[in-house]
Write a protein that binds this ligand. Structure first.
Ligand code: DGL
Length: 320
C-alpha cells in the first residue's frame, strides 16, 4: 500500500469524547505502519453541551451541523464518541451520510459476559436521553433475556456531564452527590464524559468500572480495514489497557498529560484577553489548533465552545 493519510472525525457534545479519542489514538500509534498517517478531527460542541437533557429534535439538529462539516473535510470515517447521540440518531445518520459511522454504547453486554448469569448487579450510569432511548432499552432487554439472573439497574445522572464540563481542571473538584446509592458488582459508564472521573466512580462503588472505548477503537480499525483503507499484521494485539491519569480528589485535567504527549510539547498560542466573553454563553467560532501525538498521528480540534473554563479551552482550542 502506498503512503496514505486517513482522516477520522470524532463527535461529542463536549470533552467526554476525548476518552474515546484517546483509546483510538493509542491503538493507532501501535498499529500504523511507517507509511500510514492519521489525522483525528475532534469536534466538541462545548457551546451547547450538555446534550443529555435536550429533546431528540434538538440533538438531531445540532449533530447535523457537525456532520456537514465532516462531509466538507472528506473524512474516511466518523466516530460518534457520545452515547447520547449514538442512542438518539445513529440509525438516521447511517442512512444519510456516505462515510462509515461507528458509535459508542453502554458496555452492558460486556459487563454481563464478565459476571455471567449470576444474581449480581450491573449499574449503568448514563444521560437521561440515553436512559430513555429505544436503542439502549432494546440492548438491556436482550441482555436480560440471555442473563435472567443478573440485576440491571439503570440510572440517569442528569447533571453529571454538565458538572464535569464546568469543573474538570479545577483543583480539588469533587463530584457532587449525584451518584445513586447502590452496591453493584460492575458499573457501566454510559456517557463518555464519565470516563473523565472514572477513578472517582471506582472508589465510590469499590468495584470495576467499564466503558465502551476499547470496543470502539477495535471497531474503528476493523472498519477501516474492511473498507480497504488500512492493512495490519494479523498478529497485532488490539487490546489496550491504558488508564486515565487521574489520581485522588485532585483531578486536574490537561490535554497534553491526558494524551501523554511529551515531545514535542503542546504549545498553544496565547489567547488575547479580549477574546474571553463576559457572558459565558456568548458564542465564539474556533480555529483548529493541532496536537501532534506521534510521528504519524495528529489531532485537530474543531467545533464551537462556550467559555466556562479558561484553562481547559486554552489547552484545547484557539480563538479567532
Ligand atoms: N458525552 C456524552 C455521552 O456520552 C453526552 C453528555 C451530555 O452532553 O449530556 O452521552
Amino acid at each position: 500500500m502506498s503512503s496514505s493519510i486517513l482522516k477520522v472525525a470524532f463527535f461529542d457534545s463536549g470533552i467526554g469524547g476525548l476518552t474515546t479519542l484517546r483509546a483510538c489514538v493509542s491503538k493507532a500509534t501501535r498499529l500504523l505502519k511507517s507509511n500510514q498517517k492519521m489525522v483525528f478531527y475532534y469536534y466538541g460542541d462545548n457551546f451547547r453541551a450538555p446534550y443529555g437533557n435536550l429533546s431528540e429534535e434538538k440533538i438531531n439538529l445540532y449533530v447535523d451541523e457537525a456532520f456537514k462539516s465532516f462531509l466538507s473535510l472528506d473524512v474516511d470515517a466518523v466516530v460518534i464518541a457520545c452515547n447520547t447521540v449514538t442512542a438518539v440518531c445513529i440509525d438516521r445518520l447511517r442512512k444519510e451520510y456516505v462515510f462509515p459511522i461507528i458509535g459508542v454504547e453502554p458496555a452492558v453486554l460486556y459487563a454481563a459476559k464478565r459476571l455471567g448469569n449470576k444474581k449480581k448487579e450491573i449499574l449503568t450510569l448514563s444521560t437521561r436521553a440515553t436512559f430513555l432511548s429505544k436503542r439502549f432499552n432494546c440492548l438491556c432487554a436482550r441482555v436480560r433475556e440471555n442473563y435472567p439472573n443478573l440485576i440491571l439497574k439503570n440510572y440517569p445522572c442528569d447533571s453529571l456531564a454538565g458538572e464535569i464540563e464546568k469543573n474538570l481542571g479545577k483543583r480539588g473538584f469533587c463530584l457532587p452527590d449525584i451518584l445513586p446509592k447502590s452496591s453493584p458488582s460492575i458499573v457501566v459508564l454510559g456517557c463518555t464524559h464519565y470516563g473523565l472521573v472514572k477513578n472517582y466512580i471506582e472508589r465510590y462503588y469499590s468495584c470495576p468500572v467499564v466503558d465502551g472505548n476499547d470496543g470502539v477503537a477495535n471497531r474503528l480499525f476493523s472498519v477501516l480495514q474492511e473498507c480497504g483503507k488500512l492493512s495490519f499484521k494479523k498478529s497485532v494485539d488490539f487490546v489496550d489497557k491504558s488508564d486515565l491519569p487521574l489520581k485522588g480528589k485532585d483531578i486536574r485535567f490537561t490535554v497534553d498529560n491526558f494524551f501523554k504527549v511529551r515531545t514535542p510539547p503542546f504549545k498553544m498560542k496565547k489567547i488575547p484577553k479580549s477574546n474571553f466573553c463576559k457572558k459565558s454563553r456568548e458564542r465564539k467560532p474556533l480555529v483548529t489548533p493541532t496536537l501532534k501525538i506521534a510521528k504519524n498521528c495528529q489531532i485537530s480540534f474543531i467545533g464551537e465552545s462556550k467559555m466556562v473554563n479558561k484553562t481547559k479551552y486554552e489547552q484545547m482550542f484557539a480563538w479567532k
